[in-house]
Each structure stands twice: as C-alpha cells, then as structure tokens.
Design a protein around this ligand. Sequence first.
Ligand SMILES: Cc1cc2nc3c(=O)[nH]c(=O)nc-3n(C[C@H](O)[C@H](O)[C@H](O)COP(=O)(O)OP(=O)(O)OC[C@H]3O[C@@H](n4cnc5c(N)ncnc54)[C@H](O)[C@@H]3O)c2cc1C
Length: 415
Amino acid sequence: MKRVDVVVIGAGAAGLFCAAQAGQRGARVLLVDHAEKVAEKIRISGGGRCNFTNRDATPAQFHSRNPHFCRSALARYTAQDFIALVQRHRIPFHEKHRGQLFCDESSQDVIDLLLRECDDGRVEHWQPCAVSAVRARADAGVTGARFEVDTARGPVEARSVVVATGGLPVPKIGATDFGLRLARQFGHAIVEPRPALVPLVFDAATWAPFVDLSGVSLEVEISAGTGRQRARFVEDLLFTHRGLSGPAVLQASSYWQPGEALQIAFAPGTDWPGTLQRAKATSRRQLGNELATHLPQRLAQAWLARGGLPEERTMPEVADKPLRQLAESLSAWHVAPTGTEGWKKAEVMAGGVDTREIDSRTMESRRAPGLHFIGEVMDVTGWLGGYNFQWAWASGYACAEALAAERARDAQTAA
Ligand SMILES: Cc1cc2nc3c(=O)[nH]c(=O)nc-3n(C[C@H](O)[C@H](O)[C@H](O)COP(=O)(O)OP(=O)(O)OC[C@H]3O[C@@H](n4cnc5c(N)ncnc54)[C@H](O)[C@@H]3O)c2cc1C
C-alpha cells in the first residue's frame, strides 16, 4: 500500500498552502482533490482578481462560537507574511478598499504561486481523485500510520490526515460536505452550517414596493444580529429584484438570523431629523428635490411614495409629524428578510466543525490524534475583504508547523 506522512484532502486555498509548507519542512505529502480543476474558488474569487488577504486582518474580523480560537494562528502567520510571499513571487497587486489586497492581473497568479510552493515542497498531487473514506487504524504499527485513506487511485496509509475540503458554497465547482461528515465520523460536533456573505431576499409582497429600485446603490450603516453577536457596518447597499445585496448586506448576512430585522440608516452620519427640520425652515425646494440632494433620486421618490408624502410639496408646506416620521424611517429602516440566496450565491459557510475540540495551535483534533482541520470547513468565518483567505493561509501554516514538529519528534525517537 502507498505510504506517506500526510494526506491533505482538498486542493483549495488552505490545502495547497498547508501541503506546500509541510512539504518544504520535509514531510512526504500527498494532496488529493476530487474536482477537475485546482483551486476553483481562488480562481473565481474577488471578481477573478482574488482579494488574497487584508492588510489589517485581526481576530476582530472573524466570528465563531469559539471567538478566541483563531487568535493563535492569525498571530503566527499574518497578512504581512502572505504579502511578503506574494512579493517574492513578483505578483503585482494593489489595495482596493480598506486594506483589501487584489491581484492586478488575475487570480491565476495566486494559484500558480501555490502550485510552485507545492513543487518546492515535493508535494505529490492527485487530481481529479475522489476520496471515499478515512479510517483510523487500531494499531499504528511500526510505520506509525494512524490512518487508511481510500481514494479513487487506491488506498493510502498516512500518519496524519488534513481535512481541507472547504465550505458548502457553490456546489457546482466542487464543494461537498465530506469534511463535515468526516468530522462527525470521528466524534466532532458541528456548528449548524449556514450561507454567509450572501444576498438577502424577501417574499414577493413585502418586496413589491422596492422592486423598481433594483440597481440603486448607496452607502448605509447596517446592523444585524443580537447581543454579542450584533454587528454594524458602514458599506454600500444594493437593491436587487429579490432583495438586498452589496457589501453592506453581505457583511450583515453573516450575523443575521432568520426572523430578525435588519436596521439600516441611509446616508450614515446624516442627522435626518435636524437636516429635514432645517430644510423646512430655510429651503423652498420641493420635498422630492430636497431629499434627492442626499439620496439617489429613485430611492427618494420611492421613500416618499411609501410614506404617502407628495414629492412636489414644498418644504415649508410639509407638516412636522410626517417629516419626523420620514426622518425616523431614513435613520432606522427596520426590514425583515425572509431568507438568503443560499449556497449557490454565498461566498462562505458560517458554522462548521466545532473548534472547541480542536487544538488552536496545531489544528489537530483532540478526539483523533493525527487528524487536522484547516480553512473554511471549521467554524471560523471572516468578514468580506480578504479575511477568509487569510484564515486559510494562517490555519494551513499552523497545521504544517505542527506536522513538521511531529515528524522531527518521530525521527528523533527512531534514531
Ligand atoms: C464567489 C466567491 C468569491 C470569493 N472571494 C473571496 C475573496 O476575494 N477573498 C477571500 O478572502 N475569500 C473569498 N471567498 C471565500 C474563499 O474562497 C474561501 O473562504 C476559501 O477558498 C476557503 O479555502 P479552503 O481551502 O478552506 O476551501 P476551498 O478553497 O473551497 O477548497 C476546498 C477544496 O476541497 C475540495 N473538496 C471538497 N470536497 C472534497 C472531497 N470529498 N474530496 C476531495 N476534495 C474535496 C474542493 O474541490 C476544493 O478544491 C470567495 C468565495 C466565493 C464562493
């Protein structure tokens, strides 16, 4: 039977990086992926230009039921470390928005970087090759092989198995629940997976008054979630035919729970009651024109129609009460989505393998020694903006260091 030190299942961001790092530290690594093409999610990421990290990544931009879990790995492999690697490979990149770093040319540059790093680590790469089962051996024997992995190219013995099968979004390019099933098989709890960084939708009746706003985009302050899980973002919002999208809503979707309302303030920083009262006192403009100095015109018109306010009424003619109500609805629009656009449109999975049974320094299971989980399959979810790739790199790196340390210990024992 083929024998290696490590089988890494999943040649996506985390798996490729971990395989390369472990290989470069001397481990014999076999990387296996069932998809036709390598790292499809990297290819489609960032609109084809891969937002490969965020210069300002800290644990504060990640959520998990175990919020401190990500700290150790993120501290040991930082955004600056990955930026240095990108620079070593002479990949041109730029900062787009709030620390988000993108390739100038194509996501393929990052895929090529990872494949070159794997070559440097002499990583053996089987793809496409399905993995059907992983079994723990009752007796690791003299070889130290703790696992048997059944693959489409035959069984493999390995001392360690790294599960890097990612999350459930975009099933048509290879996402599966294999990692979650494997975790359950070895006794791990799963935090209920749900689509995150995803557009939110409404039932047809609720959304009917807003359908014509499709395509309107503006900056908002959005809040979602409850208690310690409540988050607030100032980003752009986009109206769509079925609901709300844009960075503001993608961010909020990670905190939103079914049944809850979002709170949205238009033109954040605008004191709407004060602004409208001042305009009433000083401006002779029509209400619609006045509002359109602060908001996209289509939105201003829709908002007035919604509140039953004639847009042609001049500011001094508007009564105090409807003006106050208008100000309130612009400062805090409470709107309850009925669902999300689902796994087809989500960028990440929230939830996943419960990290409370995983060592945060090594990514090793506390239930099955030698079994590791890295990347998105775990219950660690980053904000929009390069954070999810940074988690893939950081968790992959921590795991690779642990694999190398274990190999060194084994070699010492054998000597
Ligand atoms: C449209 C889109 C855009 C995105 N843009 C960004 C961005 O710009 N910046 C950012 O930080 N994040 C972005 N993300 C999120 C990011 O792509 C993921 O968080 C990241 O790829 C996770 O890395 P991973 O290695 O854990 O999983 P993945 O990269 O998804 O890799 C998992 C691999 O496992 C393989 N696999 C699955 N099941 C099996 C199995 N049973 N057997 C063998 N192999 C298997 C898959 O084929 C895949 O190659 C985006 C996601 C999407 C969907």
